[in-house]
Design a protein around this ligand. Structure first.
Ligand code: ADP
Length: 660
């Protein structure tokens, strides 16, 4: 198909991204330059990396650089790099298509509400398409390093639905993106304007960004310097006209190699946007140089906002690996544990070999060391944030808290540190939603030894659960764990600062020294006295319960369901079911605890009709399940049963009225 010009239509998602980008970024046009220069710099880094294995890829042009071309007559601004370039197939795959399944899903979820959608744009890199904020038409010409001159490609589009693709001759490798500027973007043709944008956004790009600069006119030439065959005036003028030269306009050193004290916050933020493709600012960062047995520099950022694909299966890691300033790989997942995959940044090692591969990283001791140092650094940074700036920390927690909760399961060594960073809703006064375990421990009542929690589907279900009744009565705070990942968390995180975490819905209620001796004895006595009743209930309920016993947890509710200490919680069983995972096995059979003080239970005890009794027992069981946020296996039967009882109640009332 070589040479042939094709007209193709954008994928529906691309058109969507284009519209979104143009609409939402119009007031912040200049970021197009950051995005295109970033791409150019990435392309240069990729070339440098591939050339490690194949020197010939440099061709005759080893000095990597980015050039900005202004053409006032043609109204164009072009960004040119001599990086890796793209083949025709690569252009087709990257520009004009959206490869990431995450992006597709994300776009499908857009609401159509402009303001809301615009806020979301920051969640994915706007990338190449930002060119259309300033251009009516974009022409991209490129050739992959290593391919022949005849295998160049031209891609062109007006940004509306379609683009053309053709094979061209292109003498040099790399990419040139030419923007045919729209009416509102003409000021980028002024070199001072362009220069200021480069300084703002791309100063830290490690390769030179160059612009043409007219050297100052030479001083009037002295007579004896005149060329001998004078006479042709025009020729002379031509010769004297200063030739513009390419001049570097950025600092051009990798930012992370610079001294902390020389760097301003804004520079760190710009660098963050460059490496993360995030549109918003980072929350905070840590910049460190490590010397000693092995040496490296790390610059790690905590983003301000979670990316839309944080929960994708093949989540991307955000740390790039460099070796002695040479870019080696993106998404170096060995440099950070999975539960910190949202961290963005750079690690630049002095000691790793340049030809290090992902497989080699797997086994490298140095990498293990870097990872554990990175982890400590980030956890330390978070601790400091939580201490110094709670508002910012809560912002962080809102975005990434659920990822951090994966930590205790993955990282045993730092379990306690992570524990200190966790936040939960709780039953404490004022309904707080961000209680730390340390705060909880501080508020523990006298004789309390455990950290009590309840897991549920949502806050309302947790707050109103019958399991909390005795805790309310005794004024003991209970943490309300309502995120899916919480079940996973508590199955791996069982202790914090020597205090056990205890579910209030598991096992026989063991309040330790908190228990009222009197209550306890009363319950034991009642169990003995009502043995027959408890057996009757068990018979009525059959296999749906493991046992029926007298409760010490309840004050207001007639009954509740509990599972054994080491059983999967009912909530966990529900979650697994929702996820379609029978793999967790069937839900554990609960034990029903009844509140003998409750009038309903008292009445049940009086019931002589066995059928009626069974109906009541089943109703009480179903209620207990509903009250803790569970779902009835057979809701219709529940409703019939309830209606039958209501009617009977009414009938007996009117019978009483008639006989009176
Ligand atoms: P992102 O950079 O976030 O992946 P972009 O839309 O900016 O998204 O770019 C998409 C892809 O197009 C890049 O990942 C890269 O493979 C390719 N690309 C863009 N610009 C260039 C360039 N100047 N040289 C080589 N490849 C490029």
């Amino acid at each position: 198909m070589s040479g042939q010009k094709e007209t193709l239509t954008f994928q529906a998602e691309v058109s969507q991204v284009l519209n979104l980008v143009i609409r939402s970024l119009y007031s912040n046009k200049e970021i197009f330059l950051r995005e295109l220069v970033s791409n150019a710099s990435d392309a240069a880094e990729k070339l440098r990396f591939e050339a490690l294995a194949d020197d010939a890829l440099y061709e005759s042009d080893p000095d990597l650089r980015i050039r900005l071309h202004i053409d006032k007559d043609a109204n164009t601004l072009a960004i040119e790099d001599n990086g890796i370039g793209m083949s025709r197939a690569e252009v087709g795959e990257t520009i004009g298509t959206i490869a990431s399944s995450g992006t597709k899903k994300f776009l499908a979820e857009l609401s159509g509400d402009q303001t809301k959608d615009s806020a979301l744009i920051g969640q994915f890199g706007v990338g190449f398409y930002s060119a259309f904020i300033v251009a009516d038409k974009v022409t991209l010409e490129t050739r992959r390093a290593g391919l022949a001159a005849a295998e160049g490609v031209r891609w062109e589009s007006g940004g509306e639905g379609s683009y053309t693709l053709e094979t061209i001759e292109r003498a040099q490798r790399g990419t040139m993106v030419t923007l045919h500027l729209n009416e509102d973007a003409k000021d980028y043709l002024e070199s001072w304007r362009l220069r200021s944008v480069v300084n703002k956004f791309s100063d830290h790009i490690a390769i030179p960004v160059e612009m043409l600069e007219e050297p100052p006119a030479p001083p009037p030439a002295a007579d004896d310097d005149k060329k001998d065959d004078a006479g042709d005036d025009a020729d002379k003028k031509e010769a004297e006209k200063p030739v513009p030269e390419w001049k570097k306009v950025n600092t051009g050193t990798a930012l992370w190699m610079r001294n902390k004290s020389d760097l301003k916050d804004e520079e760190y933020q710009e660098f963050y946007k460059h490496i993360s493709h995030d549109f918003e600012e980072a929350l905070t960062w840590a910049h460190n140089r490590v010397e000693g047995s092995h040496e490296y520099t790390s610059l790690l950022y905590i983003p301000g906002r979670a990316p839309f694909d944080l929960w994708e299966r093949e989540q991307k890691h955000g740390v790039k690996l460099y070796v002695r300033r040479v870019f080696i790989m993106d998404e170096a997942d060995k440099l950070m544990p999975r539960y910190l995959r949202f961290i963005k940044g750079v690690v630049d090692s002095d000691d790793l070999p340049l030809n290090v591969s992902r497989e080699l990283l797997q086994e490298d001791k140095k990498i293990d060391n870097i990872r554990s140092a990175n982890t400590k650094r980030i956890l330390g940074l978070l601790e400091k944030l939580a201490k110094d700036d709670n508002e910012q920390y809560e912002k962080f927690w809102g975005q990434f808290g659920n990822v951090l909760k994966e930590g205790p399961a993955e990282d045993y060594t730092n379990r306690e540190k992570i524990g200190g960073l966790l936040r939960f809703a709780s039953t404490a006064e004022g309904d707080p939603t961000h209680v730390s375990l340390d705060q909880y421990i501080e508020r523990m009542v006298e004789k309390q030894e455990k950290i009590y929690y309840i897991t549920a589907d949502n806050l309302a279900a947790a707050r109103n659960s019958p399991h909390l009744e005795v805790f309310k009565k005794k004024g003991i705070e209970v943490l309300l764990l309502v995120d899916r990942v919480d079940e996973w968390l508590v199955s791996h995180f069982m202790e914090y600062k020597d205090k056990k975490l205890q579910s209030v819905a598991k096992g026989e209620l063991d309040l330790g020294d908190l228990a009222d001796k009197e209550d306890q004895e009363k319950a034991e006595k009642a169990s003995e006295e009502h043995k027959h009743f408890l057996e009757r209930v068990k018979t009525a309920l059959g296999d749906s319960v493991k046992a029926v016993r007298v409760s010490t947890r309840l004050t207001d509710s007639p009954a509740c369901l509990v599972v054994e200490q080491f059983d999967m919680s009912q909530n966990m069983a529900r979650l697994l079911q929702q996820m379609g995972q029978g793999a967790g096995g069937p839900a554990p059979t609960p034990t029903m605890e009844v509140n003998l003080e409750h009038p309903l239970i008292g009445q049940m005890d009086q019931e002589v009709d066995e059928d009626q009794f069974a109906d009541l027992a089943k109703l009480v069981f179903d209620q207990a399940l509903l009250a803790e946020g569970g779902q009835l296996k057979d809701p219709a039967t529940f409703v019939h049963r309830l209606n039958r009882l209501i009617l009977e109640l009414q009938n007996s009332k009117s019978a009483v009225a008639e006989s009176a």
